[in-house]
Design a protein around this ligand. Structure first.
Ligand code: F6P
Length: 532
């Protein structure tokens, strides 16, 4: 779809100067104002990309031709947009007002709000000590056992919101590597620990293995009173022995990586307080409303997706860095890695034909300024550009104003250095001015030159609150949906994770001396492991 528009975009990218950023910044002092948009309390600055009016127009034409906004409306209307799993993708209903989202004739928000009410009652009774452990002691800690979407979103949010009060300590057990549990165990008391088993399917091997470890640690009294399930699979939660009153459900139209707003977010409500969780939902709802109603030229998720199309398809950049300049957002890159790469790492279209263009890029990141002392060298001087998202928070939640100024100055300096670079002439002049002799200046000039024209976008949050965080996460969720439509792929399935799961089942017996592995190289490694 949109062959003419894809070709128009390629032609624009081939123009002389199409990749230039520095000259565009110099030519137009109002570029930042012209390429900055606001929505749901967030600010998005695209001025440090090579996008210009004609590129944006071509991207909006492509969005129209590929039906991006029609796909958005189909998602919001509860249509079966996850075609290969025959499901809707109604995560907006999880934070929507009552009566706003329907699945056919069913008002799904009634069930959503009933679950939210139950979560509120549960969190309140834990916090006020009405609900206690098997031996009668009040809960101090909550352990969330889950992986992927049943871990990353809630873990990221609770880490981000610790400044807003933490009625309980939260711990996230994801990896089946029992070192994770062994490291966590000594910090916990089995009599005061509430355990949540978060699994959409309640069949995920790693989660169920960890659930059994923790169940045994709790002992019969604790296990009977202190385990809660967050799942869509009520038969499996019952088979595990969890009574229905301690199961918080959701539906299969909630994708794992979009599930932190559902019952899967119970650890957030317990760790941060239900009111903070509700504010998180409010922020996401504000972004949903912006996404559904803002004009294309002002629509943050669409603009962010269009920028990615420009970078991946028009410029050929196959990776993107996520750089939150706030330590509390340290797990944002990990959450976005799943959200974006599990959604967009696809090689066939919705109809099963091979894509003729690239799809989702590699996403990676670290908080700033740590990233500057790790991989930023590659972004500044590597052979190919890697676009970056800088996420900045204007007001900190501490009193160390100078530290915060240093942090933000570093972020702004990185954005500027990537965009403007340092020409060889500028590098030489700086070296000579520092007193370096001409021969040494000649020798070092190529190493101390920065090509510049390296794109980034900046997202500014006024402060890191539950509301602004909710809006930020929803911004990326909707960006992913838009990209799925641009590329003609299904962003809501994840068949690529299945083969490894099946092979694990086949290899497991070999590791305990049973049926040998069918692949000779695997069998050889199994033999080495067993010998060791
Ligand atoms: O890794 C695949 C995946 O299915 C993710 O999409 C999901 O978030 C994760 O596993 C966990 O699944 P579940 O919540 O069913 O345990």
């Amino acid at each position: 779809m949109g062959e003419r528009e894809w070709a128009a975009l390629a032609a624009l990218a081939a123009r002389p100067g199409a990749r230039a950023i520095r000259t565009k910044l110099d030519a137009d002092p109002n570029r930042a104002a012209r390429l900055t948009r606001r929505g749901a309390g967030l600010l998005l600055d695209l001025s440090r990309t090579a996008l210009d009016a004609s590129a944006l127009e071509a991207l909006f034409d492509l969005a129209k031709a590929t039906g991006v906004l029609a796909s958005r409306d189909a998602m919001a209307a509860g249509r079966m947009v996850n075609d290969t799993e025959r499901r809707s993708a109604l995560h907006m209903a999880l934070r929507g007002p009552k009566g706003a989202f329907k699945l056919g004739v069913e008002d799904v928000s009634a069930e959503v709000h009933a679950t939210l009410d139950a979560m509120r009652r549960f969190a309140t009774s834990v916090h006020c000590g009405d609900l206690r452990g098997g031996t009668g002691r009040a809960f101090t800690d909550v352990v969330n056992i889950g992986i992927g979407g049943s871990d990353l979103g809630p873990a990221m949010v609770t880490r981000a919101l610790w400044r807003h009060g933490m009625p309980m300590r939260a711990h996230y057990l994801a990896n089946v590597d029992a070192h994770a549990w062994e490291a966590m165990r000594p910090t916990l008391d089995p009599e005061t620990t509430l355990v949540l088993i978060a699994s959409k399917t309640f069949t995920t091997q790693e989660t169920m293995a960890n659930a059994r470890l923790v169940q045994a640690w709790l002992g019969p009294t604790g296990a009977a009173a202190q385990i809660v399930a967050l799942s869509t699979n009520l038969a499996a939660t019952a088979a595990f022995g969890i009574p229905p009153a301690r199961v918080f459900g959701f539906r299969d139209w909630v994708g794992g990586r979009f599930s932190l707003w559902s019952a899967v977010g119970l650890s957030i409500a317990l760790a941060c307080g239900f009111d903070r969780f509700a504010e998180l939902l409010d922020g996401a709802r504000a972004m949903d409303e912006h996404f559904l109603h803002a004009a294309p030229a002002d629509n943050l998720p669409l603009l962010l997706a269009a920028t990615e199309i420009w970078h991946v398809n028009a410029m050929g950049f196959g990776a993107r860095a996520v750089l939150p300049y706030d330590e509390r957002l340290a797990r944002l890159p990990a959450h976005l890695q799943q959200l974006e790469m599990e959604s967009l790492g696809k090689r066939v279209s919705v109809s099963g034909t091979a894509l003729t263009h690239d799809s989702g890029p590699v996403v990676f990141g670290e908080p700033g300024t740590n990233a500057q002392h790790s991989f930023m060298q590659r972004l500044h001087q590597g052979t190919t550009p890697i676009p970056a998202d800088f996420v900045l928070v204007a007001r900190p939640d501490h009193d160390h104003a100078e530290s915060h100024r240093i942090l933000l100055a570093n972020a702004l300096a990185q954005v500027e250095a990537l965009a403007r670079g340092l020409t060889e002439t500028e590098a030489r002049a700086a070296m000579l001015a520092s007193g370096m002799d001409a021969a040494e200046t000649d020798r070092l000039a190529p190493h101390r030159t920065f090509p510049g024209d390296r794109p980034s976008v900046t997202i500014l949050l006024p402060a890191l609150t539950p509301y602004s965080l909710g809006a930020l996460i929803a911004l990326y969720e909707h960006k992913v949906m838009c990209l799925g439509a641009f590329w003609g792929i299904n962003p809501f399935d994840q068949w690529g994770v299945e083969l490894g799961k099946q092979l694990t089942g086949a290899i497991l017996p070999a590791l305990s001396g049973g049926t040998p592995a069918r692949d000779a190289a695997t069998a050889a490694m199994v033999a080495e492991i067993r010998r060791a």
